[in-house]
Each structure stands twice: as structure tokens, then as C-alpha cells.
Design a protein around this ligand. Structure first.
Ligand SMILES: [Zn+2]
Length: 256
């Protein structure tokens, strides 16, 4: 069964620090391949406490969209879990260069446990087992950040991680399923916060028209507004299927 499972839906510091939502990232499974995206704080605990239990030692790879802690806090322990404590050299780590080199979030010894480290760059295709994906242009975020387009079957999936809105954004992510990180309910105006708001999401959906949108990575203003209420309103307004992800939610890609 091909699936996406949310081991966390928290975004931004406050929701993560208080663990108002879990912050473990997303597990993608297609065919024989299991890929973990953005193992934030608690990823390992959320895997092992989920029902049924998710076993990180079957992972084929781990992707970091960027090095912010809410996306990478558990990357080292997840590498250890994937490689059975480093005793089985296996798996691929995908990460932007600045997550590996300047003020790195991946420890040098943990990097030695994986079979291969692939540096994420702009507009590049990658393959791991049954999963093919590409990056688009660099996001507008404080650190080097890439969204992902998965050319998976039965549906393509786009994954828009943290960024400030820019006009080309909707055209870069045309997957049938769109996972979008929406930290803010309202735009921030001139404040230097490089995250998407619901206004931005609405704009993106009107152009991209995905078959299914999954909202996740909620900041405090989204949590207070109840993400499921916000999603239902957007679905009604746009006539597109929109779901607010919840911790532990599993989407069977064959049923979408
Ligand atoms: Zn970030």
C-alpha cells in the first residue's frame, strides 16, 4: 500500500516547543521504498509509539528540506535507527549543503552510517528505489530550503515546505496531491517572517488546483483557528478537496 503518514503537524517554534502538536515529520511509502521527510523533534518516539508501530530500520532514506530544528531535530537519531545503531551501513540522506557543511545539523559520525549522502540542489532529479523526486528553485527562507515534487504512482505529490510566498511558487508544485506547510492564519505584512499564510495557500490552490490538499505544519494562529475549520471553509470556497492533517493521520494514496 502506498501511503503518507504524518508523525507530526506542528510548525514554528511555539507549537513545537510546547508540543501542542507533534513535530515528527512525514513518512512516505511507495512500492518497496520508505522515505522519511523532515524528522523534527520526536520523530523516533512518534514512529515507535504509533499504531501500528513504524519501524525506522526499514527506511531507505531520509530527506531534510532544510536545517531548521523543527525539520531536522531528530535526524541523527533517525539515521542511527535506520542503520541499526550504525552497524548496518545503509540508506541515503538527502539534504541541502548548508545542513551538512556550515553549522551542520547532521553529525559527522552519523553521516558515516549511511550508504550515500546526496546534496539537494535547485531543479535536480533524485531517485531512491521506487520513489523519484525533484527539487524546484530555492525557497525564500532563512536557510537553504527546497520543496519536493514526487513522481510517484498512483498519484504525484508536491510538498511545499517553509517559504515566503513568491509569484512563481504555485507553478512549481503541480502534484495531484499537495502537502503544504501553512504556519500563519493571516499574512504578516512587513514582518520578516518567511512562512506561508492561509491567504498565500488560497492563492496557490486557485492556480495549482490539486486533487487533494493536505494542510500541515501549523503555527499558533492556525492552531487557535482550528485547522479543520479553516480547511473546511477553504474547501467550500474553492470547491477543492482540502484536509487539515492531524498527528498520526495516514493517507492511503490508492484511495485518493
Ligand atoms: Zn523553516
Amino acid at each position: 500500500m502506498a501511503f503518507l503518514k504524518f508523525l507530526g503537524t506542528a510548525g514554528a517554534r511555539f507549537v513545537v516547543m510546547k508540543q501542542l502538536r507533534a513535530s515528527g515529520g512525514v513518512w512516505l511509502s511507495v512500492g518497496q521504498t520508505n522515505l522519511y521527510i523532515d524528522p523534527g523533534p520526536g520523530a523516533l518516539v512518534r514512529c515507535l509509539s504509533s499504531r501500528p508501530k513504524m519501524d525506522p530500520s526499514i527506511l531507505n532514506g531520509i530527506v531534510l528540506t532544510h536545517k531548521h530544528l523543527d525539520h531536522s531535530g531528530d535526524v541523527n537519531v533517525m539515521i542511527e535507527a535506520m542503520t541499526e545503531g550504525g552497524f548496518k551501513k545503509r540508506g541515503v540522506l538527502f539534504a541541502p549543503r548548508d545542513a551538512l557543511e556550515q553549522d551542520p545539523v547532521v553529525l559527522r559520525y552519523a553521516m558515516g552510517y549511511v550508504d550515500k549522502v546526496e546534496v539537494l540542489k535547485e531543479d535536480t532529479e533524485y531517485q531512491i528505489g521506487d520513489i523519484r523526486f525533484s527539487t524546484a528553485r530555492k525557497h525564500q527562507h532563512q536557510v537553504e530550503t527546497y520543496g519536493l515534487n514526487f513522481k510517484t504512482s498512483p498519484h504525484t505529490i508536491s510538498f511545499i515546505t517553509d517559504t515566503r510566498f513568491f509569484p512563481e511558487l504555485p507553478g512549481l508544485y503541480r502534484g495531484e496531491i499537495l502537502v503544504i506547510h501553512v504556519v500563519r492564519l493571516k499574512p504578516v505584512g512587513k514582518e520578516p517572517i518567511e512562512h506561508l499564510s492561509m491567504e498565500d495557500v488560497k492563492h496557490i490552490l486557485k492556480i495549482a488546483k490539486p486533487r487533494l490538499t493536505l494542510l500541515t505544519h501549523f503555527g499558533m494562529t492556525m492552531i487557535k483557528a482550528k485547522p479543520w475549520v479553516v480547511a473546511a471553509e477553504l474547501e467550500k470556497e474553492l470547491g477543492l478537496k482540502v484536509i487539515a492533517a492531524s498527528d498520526g493521520m495516514k493517507i492511503n494514496l490508492e484511495e485518493v
